[in-house]
Design a protein around this ligand. Structure first.
Ligand code: NAD
Length: 497
């Protein structure tokens, strides 16, 4: 019998008012793992009002006390890491190593948020004008909502929750309905760490649940990560309802490989970057731009040789990567591969020809001679499919990056510092790698893309995370007595301003 997971509201698990439930399957075996409520307006109202009720006391709690709860939460994440990563691999399908790496990156953000007393110190100008001081107070935004995608179900909620809570906000999380069990542990662990009831609430559900959250008058900020079409509509809808929004979308990350690059290193790293986690990473490399015929020929040969050896299977068999998230997503990836062939790209390695007894597995595919007008170049495939585009010059390659509608990450392989520097300066993407294929910023820097990969001005975590979850107030103050000499008379000490 499968587990029936519940919402977590006001410090306890609660039955949902919704009739419908969403079933969650193991994508490697197609077996039912659990079900979650498809929470309705009533559930959302209860969760938001619980967050609103907890807000005044949490907001008034000193930052250092909030940080201490996060320190304990960090220890509990480590203590429960096996349970979290097992839930993750069972529902997402990613390998044990990928699940462990995901949790490790999530813990980095908790550690960053533990430094909140330092992060909220604000600014102070003494004697900004004669006898006038000017200083800032960074105050919480209020009730914040997080809506997260399936591909990093444990990490992405922790891009938001620790920083939001550290800054004094209360929170409602709506995790992905495709693999909700890993983040479903967080409210319980935070309660054990000492978090007061109602500060973090979790409602399961789908698009309708999200819409109730976006429309709720007591929600003040919305953090979203997912596909671009949904990100854009969330940005528009939540903004129209007066909320602060950050909405991160999809990607089509290019890696340029120049003639002077170390091709063995590039082929090794690009294989991991393109096929790791079945290509279901927003920072996966999905396009390689090879500069010059010789570079293209050698790189395609090296990539093809590596790809043929990749293993695919359930996480228990320690493969290189696991299944796609659902049968529906499998069909989308297969139809894009078919479209690529139809539109004239050269499929040098065909991942569709591997046989699997069950699950939504697909092998790695490699396309050569992909052009700008093809669907496989323009659309996010989000599967283990790498497209090689051949160009004659660095300028042409840079133009491709800059004209693409997505601008999440981009990488360059070269030995030339001058070209790498030019690329960092000129490429239109939010995160750039130099001889690094997946330039995911560390927790104390900001994560976010450009163009259709990001809607809203403030990125995730790092200084932007703190800015997103705080409202800046600037105080200008004057104490006339301190200037008039009255103080001098009373205290008989010289005024030194
Ligand atoms: P998705 O957009 O389908 O779903 C994301 C979340 O939005 C889920 O919680 C889902 O329940 C909700 N949702 C789905 N449709 C909705 C709708 N119409 N209205 C309101 N809410 C809706 O994304 P996904 O398939 O779970 O995740 C994969 C996508 O996320 C890829 O495009 C990937 O590139 C992107 N992603 C981006 C980043 C980033 O940092 N830019 C990180 C991870 C994933």
């Amino acid at each position: 019998m499968s587990l029936e997971r519940m919402n977590f509201i006001g410090g306890q698990y609660r039955e949902s008012h919704a009739k419908g439930r969403i079933q969650v399957f193991n994508p490697a075996s197609d077996q039912l793992v659990c079900s979650v409520p498809d929470s309705n307006k009533n559930d959302v109202d209860i969760a938001v009002s619980s967050a609103l009720k907890a807000l005044p006391e949490w907001k008034a709690t000193p930052a250092i006390s909030r940080a201490r709860i996060l320190f304990r939460f960090r220890e509990l994440l480590e203590k429960h890491s096996l349970e979290i990563t097992t839930r993750l691999s069972n529902e997402h399908g990613k390998t044990r190593e990928d699940s462990a790496a995901e949790l490790a990156r999530a813990i980095d953000v908790v550690e960053f948020a533990c430094g909140v007393p330092e992060l909220l110190k604000g600014e102070h100008s003494r004697n900004a004008a004669k006898g006038i001081d000017c200083w800032s107070i960074m105050q919480p935004v209020g009730v914040c909502v997080g809506i997260t995608p399936f591909n990093f179900p444990a990490m992405v909620p922790l891009w938001m929750i620790p920083i939001a809570l550290a800054c004094g906000n209360t929170f409602v999380l709506k995790p992905s309905e495709k693999d909700p069990s890993a983040p479903a542990l967080y409210p319980e662990l935070l309660k054990e760490a000492g978090l007061p009831d109602g500060v973090l609430n979790l409602v399961h559900g789908s698009a309708d649940t999200v819409n109730h959250l976006l429309e709720h008058p007591d929600v003040h900020a919305v953090s979203f990560v997912g596909s671009s079409s949904v990100a854009e509509s969330i940005y528009q809808k939540a903004s129209a309802h007066g909320k602060r929004v950050q909405a991160l979308g999809g990607a089509k990350n290019h890696a340029l490989v120049l003639e002077d690059a170390d091709l063995d290193l590039a082929a090794e790293q690009l294989t991991g970057a393109a096929y790791g986690s079945a290509g279901e990473r927003c920072m996966a490399i999905s396009v390689v731009v090879a500069i010059g015929k010789k570079t293209g020929d050698q790189l395609v040969e090296k990539l093809a040789r590596k790809i043929e050896n990749l293993t695919v299977g359930s996480w228990q068999s320690s493969p290189d990567f696991g299944p796609l998230i659902t049968q529906q997503h499998y069909s989308n990836v297969v139809s894009l591969i078919e479209k690529g062939i139809e539109e004239g790209a050269d499929l040098c390695v065909d991942g569709r020809n591997k046989e699997f007894p069950c699950g939504s597995f697909i092998g790695p595919s490699l396309f050569d001679s992909v052009t700008e007008t093809m669907s496989i170049y323009q659309q996010e495939i989000f599967g283990p499919v790498l497209c090689v585009v051949r160009v004659e010059s660095y300028e042409e390659a840079l133009r491709l990056v800059n004209q693409h509608s997505y601008g999440n990450g981009a990488a360059i392989y070269t030995r030339s510092g001058a070209i790498a520097n030019h690329f960092c300066e000129q490429c239109e993407a939010g995160m750039v790698g130099v001889n690094v294929p997946i330039p995911v910023p560390v927790a104390w820097h900001c994560f976010g893309g450009w163009k259709n990969s990001m809607f809203g001005p403030l990125n995730m975590h790092g200084p932007d995370g703190v800015r997103f979850f705080t409202k800046m107030k600037t105080v200008t103050s004057r104490w006339p007595e301190s200037l008039s000499g009255q103080l001098q008379e009373t205290l008989n000490i010289p005024v030194t301003r």
